[in-house]
Ligand binder design. Sequence first.
Ligand SMILES: *[C@@H]1O[C@H](CO)[C@@H](O)[C@H](O)[C@H]1NC(C)=O
Ligand SMILES: *[C@@H]1O[C@H](CO)[C@@H](O)[C@H](O)[C@H]1NC(C)=O
Ligand SMILES: *[C@@H]1O[C@H](CO)[C@@H](O)[C@H](O)[C@H]1NC(C)=O
Ligand SMILES: *[C@@H]1O[C@H](CO)[C@@H](O)[C@H](O)[C@H]1NC(C)=O
Ligand SMILES: *[C@@H]1O[C@H](CO)[C@@H](O)[C@H](O)[C@H]1NC(C)=O
Ligand SMILES: *[C@@H]1O[C@H](CO)[C@@H](O)[C@H](O)[C@H]1NC(C)=O
Ligand SMILES: *[C@@H]1O[C@H](CO)[C@@H](O)[C@H](O)[C@H]1NC(C)=O
Ligand SMILES: *[C@@H]1O[C@H](CO)[C@@H](O)[C@H](O)[C@H]1NC(C)=O
Ligand SMILES: *[C@@H]1O[C@H](CO)[C@@H](O)[C@H](O)[C@H]1NC(C)=O
Ligand SMILES: *[C@@H]1O[C@H](CO)[C@@H](O)[C@H](O)[C@H]1NC(C)=O
Ligand SMILES: *[C@@H]1O[C@H](CO)[C@@H](O)[C@H](O)[C@H]1NC(C)=O
Length: 853
Amino acid sequence: MGISVGITYAIIINLTLLLRHETLSELTVPGLDNKAYVKDGDILIGYLIHVYRYSRSEFCSNVVRPTGAQNTEIAGFIVDRINEDETLLPNITLGFVVFDDCQKDLTALARSIYFVPSTKKGQTSDGNHYKVAGIVGPIYSRQSVMVSSFLGLFNIPVLSPLSTSDELSDKSRFPFFMRLVSPDTFQAVAVVSIVEHFRWSYVSLLYSEGSYGENAAKHIERLTRSRDICLAVSKRLSSDYDDADMARIVSGIRANKDAPVVILFLECADFRKLFGYVRKNNLTSHFVWISGDTMPCLETLDVEEVGLGALFIAHQNGMVPGYEAYVRSLSWKDSPNPWRPLMYEDFYHCTWSNSIRGDDEKSCARYDNLENATNVTWTEPAKISDCFMVYAKAIHNLISDHCPELFASNRSRNFSACITGSRLISYMKNLSLDGYSGRITFDSKGDMHDKYEIRQVRGSLRDGFYHYPVGDWERTTNLLFLNRTRLDWGGKKKNLSRMKIQSICSRPCKVGQYYQRKEVHCCWECITCRDNEVTVRNMTDCQPCPDFTWPDNDTKTKCEPITPYYLKGTDSTGLTLLSLEILGVLIAASIVVIYIVKHNNKLIKATSKELSILILIGCMLACFVAMFFITYPDNVSCLLRQSGFHLVVCIVYSPLLTKTSRVYRIFSSGKKGISRPKFISSKAQVFLTTAMILIQVIVLTALEQLFPSSTIRLMPFPYEPYVEITCSLRFESFLPPLSYNLLLIFVCAVFGFLTKSLPENFNDSRYIFVSISTTLFMWSLFLPTYFTTLRSDHKAILLSVCLLLNTFITLLCQFFPKVYAVFFVSEESIKFNNSGTTTSIRITPSCATISGT
Ligand SMILES: *[C@@H]1O[C@H](CO)[C@@H](O)[C@H](O)[C@H]1NC(C)=O
Ligand SMILES: *[C@@H]1O[C@H](CO)[C@@H](O)[C@H](O)[C@H]1NC(C)=O
Ligand SMILES: *[C@@H]1O[C@H](CO)[C@@H](O)[C@H](O)[C@H]1NC(C)=O
Ligand SMILES: *[C@@H]1O[C@H](CO)[C@@H](O)[C@H](O)[C@H]1NC(C)=O
Ligand SMILES: *[C@@H]1O[C@H](CO)[C@@H](O)[C@H](O)[C@H]1NC(C)=O
Ligand SMILES: *[C@@H]1O[C@H](CO)[C@@H](O)[C@H](O)[C@H]1NC(C)=O
Ligand SMILES: *[C@@H]1O[C@H](CO)[C@@H](O)[C@H](O)[C@H]1NC(C)=O
Ligand SMILES: *[C@@H]1O[C@H](CO)[C@@H](O)[C@H](O)[C@H]1NC(C)=O
Ligand SMILES: *[C@@H]1O[C@H](CO)[C@@H](O)[C@H](O)[C@H]1NC(C)=O
Ligand SMILES: *[C@@H]1O[C@H](CO)[C@@H](O)[C@H](O)[C@H]1NC(C)=O
Ligand SMILES: *[C@@H]1O[C@H](CO)[C@@H](O)[C@H](O)[C@H]1NC(C)=O
């Protein structure tokens, strides 16, 4: 409100000096009329209200405020009520003096001179001076500053219904000032509560130059900082701003598309400029306004449509029962109120102009009272009535306590001796009463514990606008209540879906993202962490989980151990392998049974039975060992896997090598004509085979001593939640037995190759060759695959498949033809040569064809 304290005091001091002079009673302010509405009484209350509008150059303009005249009648109404009340100030008549302050601070100050106590004794008034117990009004803070500074010098209390400026709470400057509203600080608190209520965190703020706007801005900036609300834009509107400045400010707000909510603490003039610009540029739908208590001044401007949907703080006020009837009954004839005729003009839209005769349509003289007036805009009298009530109650309490004899009807009572300003103000502060506008109590500074009403601008350009109450805010509890069903942000016009207005800079990050703050702490970017990372330090950074752990699904803030995977017999792969293994065992076992049962068969006799059974046992063991690849890897199963694998291969191929080498030696010696070679007896063969197997056993035992088998957990892919548990298989311990086995197989293959071209009916060396070459081919595929596979469950599958294939190839190529022959070829058709080693059979199908003769 831009009051220069210095100027105020200069004026007041000058006035006070003047008043010390004897000429006091003649003191008048030039250019100021002394029109007053006076009702005499034992005790007078002054009342300053504006009837005429503000004028820059003079004390008063000649434009009447719409409800100005009506406001003066409130005094008559409420004082009548108080006087009628037998229990309130019995035998004491309350009176009042109403002056027009014309909305101007200097006018209000000039009017205060009338309330300086007159030197004349025993009278309440002398025409120029009125001895008042206290003042009701003025409305505006500027005026209250002037009036209460000045009248405070004479200990006259000033009780304003609506002056909200914070500076009036300074009791060192305004000890006799009280008010029926809270200071502006609390508007800032209430507005921030509204913003919080809707969970808006990114809003803009515009405020006017002057104490009203600047103090509010100061508080809002402080409050928002402590409540995680950010101000996208915070701008002060200077009174000399033009359209270009408005364009700059409005585009500054619009640049933050996510912050459509704008808090306004503006003077009326700035409202007109801002809203005028917004309307001209069709930007109404882009903003949601939250305003302080100055919003109602839009009613007098032509830009109210821009404010549609705006929420603002309103002071509790309202109608008082009986007030309307009282006003309607007032007659202009012999009116003690000089402004009453103006009310007729207002109510009946008539005129008192001299040129119009009394019986004319337009003449106000046609009406006796206001009974028949329609379309009346009623002023709300509750707050001002409460001011009078506060005085009446306080004076009543004061008299009861200090000078109850004044209640007795007595012509010569000295009220001013009892009712002093300082006494009265303390009784007023201590007061607690249920007024027309709500419960009234004051804080130590004489500011009422106000309850703000939250209202919303509603209506339309066609039907007019009105202010709809949607909630309230209680100062004592700091509680905001908003009735959401009553809210309406302006419907389609605003293009902001009902109830879903968002004014936030950044949305909360999802789980697994971290906040990267920008300059404004409400704004951030959400950055997604990698799959293996958790958010740390309150979601401000990512950190990879340690090995074998993975972020938990729900919060991504904890690293949880991953359940290790291993090939299970219950998996589909495991089940397939298991059934093949069992099948292998069964086949091998049944062939063993056949060999034992049919041991007299020529064919079986012809082969070396011991070695065959050894091979079959090897096959069975292979299937058995393969089963350990689909169990949980522990030290025992690892030992069985590792050693078993090499051992069973050895058990299968050692007899085979013995076999092929025997055949080779027999035939090469036969070719050269040498007699039967050595070591071809069964015993020798078994011995040889056992020796070969023993070598492998020794190798394996030695390696197990060197590198004991153990399990190991592996995480082959750092960005996958996959951990496997497997046997730690060292290359050094894998290679020697493997090499040995490969050597056996290779030598076997060489003998097989050399013997494959022998007379076609010689023994089964041809199948052996096919079997071994298939095996060699398989191993040559298997080895590179094994060493390049990353996942160890794949390795386990490879190893067990390898064992199974080995088994089945062996069974199919070496044993199936013979079993087939045993059952389906008659023994007679098989011819043996002298040596008893040759068979000649023709059977199909098989790995190879045995040509019979
Ligand atoms: C605003 O809208 C009116 C009518 O819709 C149009 O005539 C006017 O040109 C618009 N003004 C601007 C600045 O867009
Ligand atoms: C009010 O209107 C009624 C009928 O319209 C009329 O009879 C009455 O005289 C009017 N009262 C006044 C005070 O004008
Ligand atoms: C009351 O207001 C309405 C609409 O504003 C108007 O049509 C009507 O003529 C007014 N009545 C009087 C008596 O002024
Ligand atoms: C008011 O005055 C009357 C007569 O003078 C007296 O009887 C009555 O007690 C007074 N009331 C109070 C409350 O003193
Ligand atoms: C009126 O008041 C005066 C002083 O307060 C007192 O002396 C006088 O006795 C009173 N008269 C009556 C009738 O109570
Ligand atoms: C009323 O009391 C005041 C203060 O005690 C005194 O100055 C004044 O003269 C008294 N007036 C009358 C009429 O007794
Ligand atoms: C304030 O009012 C209470 C009761 O409402 C009363 O007990 C107390 O004495 C009063 N204090 C003062 C300073 O008047
Ligand atoms: C909210 O407003 C609606 C409509 O005016 C009303 O029916 C309802 O009772 C109000 N709710 C509360 C809690 O005041
Ligand atoms: C309303 O909003 C929707 C989407 O938010 C947009 O497509 C549409 O153009 C807007 N309408 C107006 C009149 O601004
Ligand atoms: C973590 O962040 C939340 C919201 O951003 C905040 O309320 C909380 O105080 C922070 N906690 C710590 C320890 O920083
Ligand atoms: C975690 O979430 C993923 C994807 O939604 C899902 O596949 C996985 O099973 C979940 N893990 C747990 C432990 O809930």
